[in-house]
Every structure is written in C-alpha cells, then in structure tokens.
Design a binder for this molecule. Structure first.
Ligand SMILES: Cc1ncc(COP(=O)(O)O)c(C=O)c1O
Length: 361
C-alpha cells in the first residue's frame, strides 16, 4: 500500500467537478479582483467564526504582517513569539523592523506559561500560535497580555475551525490571522489568507494597507501594498467551505482511530485533546525518541510522514537567539506527523496503525 502524507489529487470527483464549475462560472462573469466571491467568502467566515470583521488577503504570512503594520509595530519594538512554529510567525516581525523575542513552548508546541518573563519595556505584542490546530489557552493569555498592555495577534493559520468554549481561534486577540494554504483544513487551490478583528478602526486600516492605502481608487491615504485575495481562490474556498464540516468529521474519525490503535505503546506519545473542540485535528503529531528510525521504517512500508518542524526558530540563521528552548527542541527532534486528511480511507488508517505497532513490538 502507498499512503502519501497528503496528496491533493485524491480529492473526490464530485468536489473536483464543483470546483471546475465554479471556475467556469467565474470565467463567464469576468470578475477576477474583488467581486461577489470575495464578499461571499468574507461574510461566510464572519458568520461561521462569529468574527465581526473578516478581511481576506493574499496569504497567511501577509495577514500576520498586515496585523503588525495595522498595530503600528516596527523599529525598536519587540514581539514575543514561540520558539517552535512555521517561520512566518517570526519572519513578519523582522519584515516590519521589529525584533522577535523567542519563548519556549510546552510539550505540545504551544507558547509555554511564564512567557511574560520575556516582556521588556520594548515589548509591544505577543503572537500565540495555535500549532497543529490546538488552541493556546486564550483566556489566560489575554489576561496576562491585558495586564501588561500588550497587543495580541493570534496566529491561527493551522487552527481554522478550532473553538474554545464556543469562541473561534483567531477571535480572542486584537487581530487573528488565518491561512488558506492548500494543505490547511480549509485550503484554496493556491494562496489565500485572512485577518479578523472586532475593531472597526483596525478593519479599516488593514483594508487600506492591503490595497495600496486606497479605499477609493486613486485616492491613496497611506502607503500600503497589494495583498488582495485572488478572487478565483475566494470562489474555490466558497466551494470547499460547503464541505468543511463533513471534512472535519472525517478528520476527527480518523484521529479517533489513531488514538485507539496507538494508545498504550511504550515510548510513543500521542497528541493531547485532538478530539476536543479546541483542536481541529489539522496535524496528528506523535512523539518518540526513535523518530528518525520510525520515519524510515514507515517510508519502507509506503507511508509518507512529515516533520513539523525539523528546526526551531532561535537556531535558524536569520533569528539566532540564545535561551532555554528545551521543549520546543525536543518536539522538533521527536515529533512525527502521520497522514491525516479527509481524502484517506479507513483501511489506510488501519495500515498506518499496524505499521507503527509493528515498529514498536
Ligand atoms: C503557523 C503558521 N503561520 C503562518 C503561516 C503562513 O501562512 P501562508 O503559508 O498562507 O503564508 C502558516 C502556514 O503555512 C503556518 O502554519
């Protein structure tokens, strides 16, 4: 059996047909920048996540950068970032001229407690990342941030559809950022992202920043850029969104099969709370000190896996920083993402479970 980590060619024919029809419809309508699909996409996301302002943009990295710019974070400012995340979270801080200050994660890769110890007189913001789809405890984080007068930008790139006591990831902080990169739970057929906020002022500012500083064509109120969402991607996302809940059920079913089949194996740590509402089952990351050996073993059995992520940010050339990042480093050395996506079959999950069981016995 060959089980790729993720193969988007596998999406079902019915869905492919719906996407093709949407493209044909859009070709006939001739709207390729802005337009009804973008408006529909923003309003569907606003309703689903109960986000008053949802601002679609070109990708998740831009969403984070727009958030920082909207909050006027720049030269001389510091922003607290977890040591283990996708590079974008720290990259954007440097792009706006500020300094990322890294703090360790907990065992699951979420910003570890006591992060306020990293606060200095220059700290302006903190970026919690809902890594692998699991949410940071936002009630406690918001309380600490408020106490220290810090902005909160949630990196919800991996957590679309995760909720904490009914409130969506990305709607707790001043600004929440989403990515619709094709591999995400809600993914486009290309690049797309979004900023969310409850503030009318930030909404207006981000909309200006992503459209050359203009609200009305040729009337430039500030220096911005082009980070508008591709309308065709908004159209595709509207098609995918119709299936979102179904795909989530599928992911949760498979995650539950993994948990059942892999529990009780000595030396194997399973993800925590992946079946709960505060986790969207984006990635199923197992941890073992024999990670590299297991990865090879699974490859020989035809099973694709991935590393999220093989290097922690403070060790990377552009960000070199000293500090105690032992949890993040351990997760980076021991974590292995096994295939979990709605295009899989139950027999494939069973095959992966059996292979991992064989490896450990
Ligand atoms: C945690 C995290 N932050 C930011 C991003 C950036 O999103 P994008 O790839 O859409 O720029 C991603 C996704 O790739 C991500 O996983």
């Amino acid at each position: 059996m060959q089980i790729p980590f993720l193969d988007l060619k596998r999406m079902d024919e019915e869905l492919k047909d719906a996407l093709k029809s949407k493209f044909t419809e859009m070709l006939d309508q001739g709207n390729f920048s802005g337009g009804p699909e973008v408006n529909l996409f923003e309003s569907q996301i606003s309703n689903f996540l109960k986000s008053p302002f949802s601002i679609a943009c070109a990708n998740g990295t831009d969403a984070l950068e727009l958030a920082l710019r909207a909050l006027e974070i720049g030269v001389g400012d510091e922003v607290i970032v977890p040591a283990m995340t996708w590079v974008s979270t720290a990259e954007v801080v440097v792009m706006v001229g500020a300094k990322p200050v890294f703090w360790d994660t907990d065992e699951d890769g979420l910003l570890a407690e006591n992060w306020e110890k990293a606060i200095t007189s220059n700290t302006k913001a903190v970026i919690p990342v809902h890594l692998f789809g699991k949410m940071v405890d936002m009630v406690s984080l918001m309380e600490t941030a408020r106490k220290h007068n810090l902005f909160v930008i949630e990196d919800g790139a991996q957590s679309f559809g995760s909720f904490q006591n009914g409130q969506a990831a990305g709607t707790f902080g001043n600004i929440g950022c989403l990515s619709f990169y094709p591999t995400k739970n809600l993914g486009a057929l290309g690049e797309a992202g979004m900023c969310m906020t409850t503030s009318a002022r930030l909404n207006e500012r981000m909309r200006l920043l992503l459209n050359h500083g203009q609200q009305v064509r040729d009337e430039h109120e500030l220096v911005g850029r082009n980070s508008r969402i591709d309308s065709v991607q908004a159209g595709f996302l509207n098609v995918f969104f119709e299936k979102f809940e179904l795909f989530q059920t599928q992911r949760k079913n498979f995650a539950s099969m993994y948990l059942e089949g892999l529990s009780g194996i000595d030396g194997l740590q399973l993800p925590i709370s992946i079946l709960e509402e505060n986790h969207n089952a984006h990635l199923f990351v197992i941890q073992t000190s024999r990670r590299d050996e297991l990865k090879l073993f699974l490859r020989e059995k035809g099973i694709g896996t991935a590393l999220h992520y093989p290097n922690i940010l403070p060790d990377m050339k552009p960000f070199q920083s000293a500090g105690n990042f032992s949890n993040a480093r351990k997760l980076s050395n021991q974590g292995l993402s096994i295939p979990l996506n709605p295009w899989m079959k139950e027999q494939e999950i069973e095959y992966v479970v059996k292979a991992i069981q064989d490896f450990f016995t």
